[in-house]
Design a protein around this ligand. Structure first.
Ligand SMILES: [Zn+2]
Length: 259
């Protein structure tokens, strides 16, 4: 299935830095986190696609703002977290389910932290991960509703997916995240190389996404709380030793908030 030429994922840019990910299979489509309906409707018309499904990761406005208009225009089926207010939701998900969308099987993962009911959609056969505002390229979402312990467990869960899993994050935050990552690990050659590669992409207006789990494990400080260089940076920032990787995560998240 991974080589099915009719199956593709493409970014639909929206607002300042959101990507609404469109999955196309033949003449059918699904969209992840449509914060705005208009760019999605435009792309559907342009590509002559019928919208069959809407996958929602969490309740924030820039992820659900276009859902009702899209349902009104297309009748698409809406999947979303059970414990959050999701407009026009047909299928309520809590994590642990397996759903089929456009002939592709997705495992639903509970990844609380950014919001309490946040879920991610993982398609093992395609090596796709749609993770909303949980994991970003070289960064992670803010803790609006959950705890540092919840978020670090959610990220650890995503980090255990295969290295070649493509990570479709919801925002183009990569360059600012990489600046922070380099403050945490200034001696990392692989981080410098990633910054150069991503800067070149942005200079041409090209998305830096999808990332991969392997890249994130190598460069994302929030997935590297056990790495000695990351731990000692967090300890230097905090001024005392940190006993657990959750404590390291909490310091990094706080540090990034004011970076
Ligand atoms: Zn959000």
């Amino acid at each position: 299935m991974e080589s099915d030429p009719d199956l593709a994922v493409e970014p639909v840019p929206a607002f300042d830095d959101n990507y609404l990910w469109l999955i196309a299979h033949g003449s059918q489509a699904a969209v992840v986190d449509p914060g705005d309906a208009e760019p999605v409707l435009h792309r559907l018309r342009q590509r002559d696609l019928t919208l069959a499904a809407i996958l929602v990761t969490h309740h924030h406005g820039d992820h659900v703002g276009g859902v009702e208009s899209l349902v009104h225009a297309t009748g698409a089926r809406v999947y979303g977290p059970r414990d959050e207010p999701i407009p026009s939701r047909d299928v309520a998900l809590a994590g642990g389910e397996r759903i089929e969308v456009l002939g592709v099987e997705f495992d639903v993962l509970a990844v609380p932290g950014h919001t309490r009911g946040h879920i991610a959609y993982h398609a093992p056969s395609m090596r796709w991960l749609f993770c909303g505002d949980t994991l970003f390229a070289a960064g992670c979402g803010r803790l609006f509703e959950g705890t540092a312990a919840q978020m670090s467990e959610s990220l650890a869960r995503l980090a255990r997916l295969p290295d070649d899993t493509r990570v479709y994050c919801a925002h183009e935050y990569t360059l600012s995240n990489l600046r922070f990552a380099l403050a945490v690990e200034p001696d990392s050659a692989v981080l410098r190389a990633r910054q150069q590669a991503c800067s070149a992409l942005r200079a041409r207006g090209v998305p830096t996404l999808p990332s991969t789990i392997g890249e994130e494990r190598a460069t994302n400080p929030f997935l590297r709380c056990d790495v000695p260089a990351v731990k000692s940076s967090a300890e230097a920032r905090e001024g005392h030793p940190l006993s657990s990787s959750t404590d390291v995560f909490a310091v990094l998240r706080q540090w990034k908030n004011s970076f």
